[in-house]
Design a protein around this ligand. Structure first.
Ligand code: NAP
Length: 303
């Protein structure tokens, strides 16, 4: 890495969409910090990125996003080595078919997909230069559309699929609310959200083989590659032609694949009280507040 390099962090960089996002950022000349939970998988992925992009400048930082202490250690390790972060891609995610909790008893998908990224962003945001090119990108999913935030039971009664949708709605609500708060504080960096459509990544590994094959048969014709699924993230991170608060995804059949464009949101995203409540709950659950002044939009609705 030379001193002038732009620095990106990609969570879940060792596989699937995060891996392809790392490739795209390395091709664009970024020094990419691969935030992964398995050192072995991270090293193997780093070697593979270097095979595909000879000029790649890469580093690894370890993080288990389901564990707040690990997220704090990751942010500390990053801060010990780097003095800025230009692009943060909150990509890592899990999809579960049965109820699971982290060690603190929090539903595992909410903890990993949302809370871990909420905390990581809060702990690193002061390193992000306040420039229009600086980006925080949140990965949502089409699954957010049928979801709501079950504030009174974040475990969603143990229903893994419902909890996945909830966690991906939380990612989008967070991305939107972060952008509103950045604007309210007069900041120039951008928070954007994306969904990748559908790709056959490691996300479905927790499914049994029979279930997975049956599901694949149903949706296979709509799926695209992990490289195509990474395009919304790369667009959000790299394009000069985006605005804070934008939400991108593929625009083909069922929004599973096809050319990139604006994505449609669950109408819940228009209820700013929900986003604001999620923000407060996330602060309480992570014990962190963001280091910039923003307004609490809780009583307003987006028009
Ligand atoms: N593929 C799709 O069709 C699809 C559709 C909608 C949204 N998405 C979203 O796209 C994002 C990327 O998923 P993917 O499809 O590329 O899945 P993937 O191939 O399973 O990759 C997920 C990545 O997240 C990492 N990860 C999982 N739990 C973690 C934890 N506790 N701490 C740190 N890292 C963790 C995984 O690490 P390990 O390798 O160690 O497990 C892996 O690197 C996710 O946010 C997912 O919700 C995907």
């Amino acid at each position: 890495m030379n001193a002038a390099s732009k620095i990106a962090m990609v969570t879940g960089a060792n596989n699937g969409i995060g891996f392809e996002t790392t490739i795209g950022l390395a091709e664009a000349g970024f020094h990419v910090v691969m935030a992964c939970r398995s050192p072995e998988k991270a090293e193997a992925a780093k070697a593979k990125v270097s095979e595909r992009v000879a000029s790649a400048s890469l580093d690894i930082v370890l993080v288990d996003l389901s564990d707040l202490a690990s997220v704090r250690a990751c942010a500390g390790a990053f801060r010990a080595q780097y003095s800025k972060l230009d692009v943060l891609i909150n990509n890592a995610g899990i999809l579960l078919y049965s109820a699971q909790s982290n060690a603190a008893g929090v539903e595992l998908q909410f903890a990993t997909n949302h809370l871990g990224h909420f905390l990581l962003t809060a702990l690193l945001i002061d390193l992000i230069p306040d420039e229009p090119a600086s980006r925080i990108v949140s990965l949502s999913s089409i699954a957010h559309k049928a979801a709501s935030i079950h504030f009174d039971d974040l475990s969603c009664g143990g229903d893994g699929g419902t909890a996945y949708g909830q966690s991906k709605l939380a990612c989008l609500l967070f991305g939107d609310e972060l952008d509103r708060r950045l604007r309210a504080a007069g900041r120039q960096m951008k928070s954007l959200s994306v969904h990748p459509g559908g790709s056959d990544s490691g996300l479905f590994d927790s499914m049994g083989d029979a279930e997975r094959n049956a599901m694949k048969k149903q949706v296979e014709q709509f799926l695209h590659s992990n490289a195509d699924a990474a395009k919304p993230s790369l667009h959000a991170a790299l394009s000069a032609d985006v605005a804070g608060g934008d939400f991108y995804g593929p625009t083909g059949p069922q929004e599973m694949s096809g050319s990139l464009g604006p994505a449609s949101r669950n109408p819940i995203c228009n209820d700013l009280a929900v986003a604001s409540r999620l923000w407060r709950v996330s602060e309480q659950m992570t014990g962190v507040t963001f280091a910039f002044q923003g307004t609490d939009n809780g009583s307003r609705k987006r028009v």
